[in-house]
Design a protein around this ligand. Structure first.
Ligand code: CTP
Length: 401
């Protein structure tokens, strides 16, 4: 996802510097050209050789260091950078950057970075972080276009507990992806995605549900946000971590999903219903645990609201509606029928019996159906499928003016 992108990773004198090695590795694995610049103090916490081994490039420390790739190192590097991230950023370096001091390779290079996104992940003792001088310096940097990634709250190396902990490398990595991985071709669009199963209670200890894990819906929400959309994710109960840059609304039952989607639908440009919503729920929810008896148990069931059908009936001018269809037989005919019956613009169909498709897997095999086209896709990761679905939606919206 970061092929062809140049990232400057600034590492300063904080114990969290050791975590930046794994961040550098994640960036390299995604294809980025990573240039690590360390302050002299940072070399007390982690050796430059660690970064050199991970990035395959000389790790610059001294202002007069050279890796012979560039003419005037700090300026050429700053010009080439797609993003600069200082992680961890010490109070000292934050203070220097806020005041235009450029007395080493890192601060000099950052001062020359004027066009690319500049992210700062402060990491320090909680008293230092709360100090009004540091806070003021960060505000000043924000006013100059830097983005501060708020530190996590937790147990700090000095034994204190509080705010000042550098977020995990995986979180910082998500920030980098969000900023530069994908073209922002969905910016200005509001997208609502539903994901996961619903749970229909029977009594205080039991419920009816299905095997949905939410992976497809979460991938759609994540990729849409990376492409610049304002994403609302309405999620049934799943084990997945919420993507960082989406608004997540948790629901449990089909009724709750219906109410939430109905409330947010009118303002959306695109709605994608990837959730596996229960079609039936028990008519009575017992307030006490249902006790077993010798005979068979029958549970009377009633229909839930068909959320997608409701959305199709209330689709406003210009709104794009995409459903999902999971079948075990007659996939194309059944899915096309749903497309028409529910007044959809697109339906993404898969056959649960195909290898690599369906619940819980990291891959999917789908066919995208619109009124006039049927596009069959090969087995792909759910993130790649999400890209394809969003590409198709965008091109349809553009076609329709
Ligand atoms: N869906 C919904 N509300 C429901 C049931 C389903 O919004 N109560 C949505 C799903 O999110 C999905 C689409 O409808 O996008 C297809 O769901 P599916 O259960 O496969 O189709 P149904 O229309 O319920 O048809 P059938 O049960 O005949 O397969």
């Amino acid at each position: 996802m970061l092929k062809g992108k140049t990232v400057i990773l600034g590492v300063t004198g904080s114990i969290a510097a050791y975590k930046s090695a794994s961040l550098a590795s994640m960036l390299v694995k995604q294809g980025a050209e990573v240039h690590v610049i360390m302050t002299q103090n940072a070399t007390n916490f982690i050796h430059p050789i660690t970064f050199e081994t991970l990035t395959g490039r000389k790790c610059l420390v001294d202002t007069f260091d050279r890796n012979f790739e560039f003419q005037v190192e700090h300026v050429s590097l700053a010009k080439k950078a797609d993003l600069v991230l200082i992680a961890p950023a010490s109070a000292n370096v934050i203070g220097k950057m806020a005041n235009g001091i450029a007395d080493d390779m890192l601060t000099t290079t950052v001062l020359a970075c004027t066009t690319c996104p500049r992210l700062i992940a402060p990491a320090m003792n909680t008293r230092m972080f709360g100090n009004s001088i540091v806070q003021e310096n960060m505000k000043k940097l924000e006013a100059h276009g830097f983005e501060i990634i708020q530190p996590a709250v937790g147990y700090l190396a000095c034994g204190d507990t509080g705010s000042g902990k550098m977020p995990e490398p995986s979180v910082l990595f998500e920030y980098v992806l969000q900023k530069i991985a994908l073209e922002k071709d969905l910016s200005g669009k509001k997208i609502l995605v539903t994901a996961g199963p619903t749970r229909e209670p029977l009594d205080p200890v039991r419920f009816l549900t299905n095997h949905s894990t939410g992976k497809m819906g979460y991938a759609l929400a994540k990729i849409a946000a990376m492409r610049g959309a304002e994403v609302t994710l309405v999620s049934g109960p799943v084990e997945l971590q919420a993507p960082l840059f989406v608004r997540k609304l948790d629901v449990t039952t089909a009724r709750e999903m219906f109410e939430t989607v109905r409330a947010y639908a009118p303002e959306q440009d695109i709605i994608i219903k990837a959730a596996a919503v229960a079609d039936y729920r028990p008519v009575h929810v017992s307030s006490e645990k249902v006790k077993k008896s010798d005979g068979e148990l029958e549970i009377p069931m009633e229909r839930t609201d068909d959320i997608l059908k409701y959305l199709g009936e209330h689709k406003r001018e210009g709104q794009f509606l995409c459903g999902f269809s999971m079948e075990t037989e007659n996939m194309l005919e059944n899915s096309r029928r749903k497309l028409e019956k529910k007044n959809l613009d697109m339906i993404v169909a898969n056959n649960l019996k195909t290898a690599g498709a369906g619940f819980g897997t990291d891959t999917n095999v789908v066919t995208i159906l619109t009124e006039d086209e049927t596009e069959e896709l090969p087995v792909m990761s759910k993130e790649e499928v999400a890209q394809k679905i969003l590409d198709q939606i965008l091109s349809r919206i553009q076609q329709n003016g």
